[in-house]
Each structure stands twice: as C-alpha cells, then as structure tokens.
Write a protein that binds this ligand. Structure first.
Ligand SMILES: [Ca+2]
Ligand SMILES: [Ca+2]
Length: 334
C-alpha cells in the first residue's frame, strides 16, 4: 500500500510541477509578448514622430522658398503677398485626418524687444518709451518695460523704480540670475512677468537676433503696435489703417513707401506740429521686412510636431543676391 501511495504521491507532485511550469511559461510568454507589443508601439511612435518632424522641416523649406521668391519679385512686404497665406494639405501616406499646415508671420510687424538696448548693451530711452506705450495699449502696467529692459541690458543696476535685476531674482525660490543679454525667444519674459501678463503681450513682441535696431513694418503691424509710435494719435492710426485696408482691397498691395504714409492728411498735420516727425517715422518704420516666423504643424498617425522657425532675409549690397535662411528653430511656442 505504502509503495503505491508513494508512487501516486510522486505522480501528483510531478503533475503539480508540470502545471506550475506550464503556468510559469505562459506567464513569461505573455509578458514577452506584451513587452514586444510595447516595443512595436514605441518604435511605431518614434517612426511616426520622425516622419512628422520631416514633414515640418519640409514645411520650413517651403517657407524659405516662398520668402526667397518674394524678395526676388518686389521690395515691399504686405499682407496680400503669397507668403502670408496659410497653407494646409493632407500628409502623404498618412491616415485620414493627418495634416501638414504652415503659416508665415512678419516678425517686424511686432515690437522687437531687443531694440530696448543699443549696441553697447545699455538701455535705449526712445524704445523704452515706445515699449511703455505698447504696454499701455494692451492694458498692461507700463512699469514692466523697465523690468524687461533690465533683463536685457548689460548692467546690474535696476532702471528707476520699476526695474529689476539680480537682487530681486536671487531672492526668489528657486532663485535665478538676470539674463543681461539679448533675448533669443520672447518666452524668456516668463521669468520677468506673470504668465497672464505674458499671454496678453506675446502676440505683439519679437526677439530678433543681432545688435542692429530693427524697424516696424507699417504694412503688417497691428493697431496696438502702430499706436506705440511716438506723436501719433488714435485718429492717425485709424486713418493709416483705413488707407492700408483700401490699398489691400483695391490694389492687393500695401504702402509702397513711408512717404505715402507721410502724405496722409493727419500725418501732414503731425509733420507741421513736430519738426522731427519725418525723420522719426523713417527711422522707426518701413514697408519691408527681414525677419519672419514660419510655423509648421505636422500630424502623422501618432506623431505630432509643432515647429517654429525664425527666418532671416538679407540682400548683399554688392551682388544683390538675396539670402534666406533659418536662424532659430523652436519646438512648441515661439
Ligand atoms: Ca514682399
Ligand atoms: Ca541688466
């Protein structure tokens, strides 16, 4: 009896062991399969994103070509030109709904924050006042102008009552130091002002590379930016905008030269009142632009890319060959 029992017991143990091994193998197999599926999905996502990135880069190339073609054909930049029209088309080989879209914006239609300092890194009083007027237009505290100027200027002495330098930022938690150099992206201002304030401002400002002061393109600037110019009244801006709209609607163009603005009745009055107005307007505004922001968005299956490229155009004086190139790429917001 004992022998039989033992044999039966051993068979039982063997059976349990076999069941356990089978269960273990199943568990391992399931784990391996799901790990593999995860790998496949992960790889798929990476491939989708890589594809979307290439599409976004392609969109940037289209923007470069459009801006090159434009500068070869004319010497003014306005809102009726081909480059300013948004484009959108289905992503090649993509799923239904996969799209690539792009849009070019004139960055000289905005206030250039880097104009707040001159070539020596000291605050430019004229542009500081202009920025204050822009802030007032946007119902933001004009004192923010001094804070932004301090962030960019070379020294560490706060500008007036409203300025802020290391002394303020190093007391924050976490603490940080003042930039004391030109901005690369306007979003750096999130370190200088609140997110709500920045949200109101961001559409109207740019951070253009290089030491040279840039002008505002009166053909593309919105009312708020135009109203930041010195001397002009709201009625003058109304007149300028009405004329601009008429040129756009009737002739599909903008102002051909600054003199055309100076000839508007309200602006003639300004010239009589302020002897330096002609020079001021020509020094601060233009009808042509050299800096643009190309925004590309590409969706390819699970891959999504938002690319912003700052594009610069230069025309050399000697051979007049235009150069159009990307100076900055940002993923996400400008
Ligand atoms: Ca043009
Ligand atoms: Ca400073």
């Amino acid at each position: 009896m004992t022998g039989i029992r033992t044999a039966a017991g051993q068979r039982g143990i063997a059976l349990i062991t076999a069941v356990l091994i089978t269960a273990l193998i199943s568990i391992i197999a399931v784990a391996m399969i799901s790990e593999q599926q995860l790998d496949i999905r992960r790889t798929g996502n990476i491939l989708d994103r890589a594809q979307a990135w290439q599409f976004a880069l392609g969109m940037e190339t289209i923007a470069l070509l459009a801006l090159r073609k434009d500068v070869e054909n004319n010497q003014t930049d306005h809102r009726m030109e081909d480059w300013s029209k948004p484009v959108q088309f289905p992503a090649p080989d993509g799923a239904e709904g996969d799209m690539i879209s792009g849009q070019i914006e004139d960055l000289q239609g905005r206030f250039n924050l880097n104009n707040l300092v001159d070539g020596n890194g000291t605050i430019d009083a004229e542009h500081l006042e202009q920025f204050k007027r822009l802030l007032t237009q946007l119902e933001l505290p004009p004192g923010l102008a001094a804070r932004v100027a301090d962030w960019i200027d070379l020294d560490s002495t706060p500008q007036g009552m409203d300025g802020a330098e290391d002394d303020e930022y190093t007391r924050l938690d976490p603490s940080y130091r003042t930039g004391n150099t030109l901005l690369v992206s306007p979003s750096e201002l999130l370190l200088v002002m609140s997110a709500e304030e920045y949200q109101k401002l961001e559409k109207y400002v740019a951070a253009l590379p290089g030491q040279e002061q840039t002008k505002i393109n009166i053909n593309t600037a919105p009312r708020e930016v135009l109203a930041s110019l010195k001397y002009v009244t709201p009625a003058d801006i109304d007149e300028l905008l009405a004329q601009r709209e008429q040129l756009e609607k009737q002739s599909s163009r903008g102002f051909a030269k600054i003199e055309d603005v100076l000839d508007l009745p309200g602006f003639k009055t300004l010239r009589r009142k302020h002897g330096k107005f002609d020079k001021y307007l020509k020094d601060s505004s233009d009808v042509v632009s050299n800096f643009f922001l190309a925004s590309a968005f590409a969706q390819f299956d699970k891959g999504e890319v938002a690319l912003r490229s700052v594009i610069r155009r230069t025309v050399s004086k000697q051979n007049k060959t235009p150069k159009v190139y990307t100076v900055l790429r940002i993923q996400g917001d400008y």
